[in-house]
Design a protein around this ligand. Structure first.
Ligand SMILES: Cc1ncc(COP(=O)(O)O)c(C=O)c1O
Length: 396
């Protein structure tokens, strides 16, 4: 192949476009991160260069600007950026003084970080099965898991959709000492009854990992709260528990967000409402195409009180692994979030759970499949993906 041809192909690839090298050979990009960079390249490069020229790499102006922008976006009283969604969970639980001897209730159907951080602080993760429609924690089953040691509940907004926050609010009224954390690593920008999830919990956490709906160019995260004391404590915990330079009120973390990442996020946040609307459009197109084709699969269910940030568009099918392989052969990348629920993970064997304890999480984890999802996926790509899946399911 000539250098020119390779260069052209690479350019197409880097622009995240569908490449048709031969007839029938299609390659689809799952998240189109490079495509997004190309879209905002001028603004992003300029913002990064400004940081380089100022050499304000740690807690530069861009970090403060981002925190203000995040507050405006969510209408939260406080947004505090940090180094990842995992550290955001640690900061939230440390601020609530969660420690050895405490129990924290959460879902077994989530990324490891949700429960790993509970265990890291010496507390005990207590799992409750999920709702079969939304795949989020089944709030109606939480009460039977509450004990005198229960300190908090972490509800995860899986794939971008909030949990049943009305039910959670009722539970909180009944058990007033319980703290509610929402792990919104996948849901930044989602709403419940028209408001950000920040307003339904003590602390909301999120992640800016590159593949998240609002992603930076490395690791990043944030915590949000409307509570003055929690905000002030989390701000200190983020910098080694420091109240003023070299004076340490708490044992804390080194968990700041880099100024360069803040600069990238300030640009992306400016376009984020549009991105979210485009993700929702993509989900609607998938839904309507699958419905027209009468495909034998379970589509995402979105509660009418909520909007989803559609971090993922995940379907459920029998023989998921076979379908995944066939789609790969046809140039369609997919992912499984998540193949093994947390109560069955080796690292949590000490908790004493066994297979069958959370049947819905176990069933969903064997059937779930995430399809390519990003704001820029084309109608042609959606049609192709839906057609290939439908053909596979009808053995065409
Ligand atoms: C539900 C959930 N919680 C926490 C995290 C951790 O975020 P990070 O990768 O930014 O540490 C993730 C990231 O995948 C996640 O999906």
């Amino acid at each position: 192949m000539s250098y020119w041809l390779i260069e052209m192909l690479n350019r197409f690839k880097s622009e995240g476009m569908t490449i048709k090298m031969q007839q029938n050979e299609i390659k689809i990009d799952f998240a189109k991160l490079q495509y997004q960079y190309q879209l905002y390249k001028r603004e992003i490069d300029e913002a990064i260069h400004k940081v380089l020229n100022n050499s304000n790499y740690i807690m530069g102006n861009e970090v403060r600007e981002l925190e203000e922008n995040l507050q405006n976006f969510t209408e939260a009283k406080y947004a505090i950026t940090c180094s990842s969604g995992t550290d955001a969970l640690l900061l939230a639980m440390m601020a609530l003084d969660i420690k050895a001897g405490d129990e924290v209730i959460t879902t077994p159907f989530t990324f490891i970080a949700t429960a790993e951080t509970i265990a890291l602080l010496g507390a005990k993760p207590v799992f409750v099965d999920i709702d079969e429609k939304t795949y989020n924690i089944d709030v109606s089953k939480i009460e039977e898991a509450i004990t005198l040691k229960t300190k908090a509940i972490i509800a995860v907004s899986l794939y971008g959709q909030p949990s049943d926050l009305d039910a959670l609010k009722k539970l909180k009224i009944k058990h007033s000492k319980l703290k509610i954390i929402i792990d919104g690593a996948q849901s930044f920008g989602a709403t419940y009854k028209g408001k950000s999830e920040v307003h339904y919990c003590d602390i909301y956490t999120t992640s800016f990992f590159p593949a998240k709906p609002l992603g930076c160019f490395g690791d990043g995260g944030a915590v949000f709260t409307n509570n003055d004391e929690l905000a002030s404590k989390m701000r200190m915990l983020r910098v080694h528990g420091q109240s003023k330079r070299y004076h340490h009120k708490y044992i804390g973390l080194g968990a700041r967000l880099d100024t360069i990442q803040a600069a990238v996020l300030n640009v992306k946040l400016n376009h984020y409402r549009e991105d979210l609307a485009m993700r929702q459009k993509v989900a609607e197109k998938y839904n309507s195409q699958f419905k027209t084709q009468n495909s034998k699969l379970i589509l995402p269910f979105i509660d009418e009180k909520a909007t989803s940030a559609f971090a993922q568009y995940s379907i459920r099918v029998q023989n998921r692994d076979v379908l995944q392989l066939k789609l790969k052969e046809r140039g369609i990348p997919t992912a499984v979030h998540y193949p093994m629920p947390l109560h069955l993970q080796e690292c949590f064997a000490y908790l004493g759970y066994k297979k069958g304890d959370f049947p819905i999480a176990e069933k969903v984890s064997s059937e779930i499949l995430s399809l390519p999802m990003n704001p820029y996926i084309t109608d042609e790509e959606i049609n192709y993906i839906v057609k290939q899946i439908t053909n596979q399911l009808t053995n065409k």
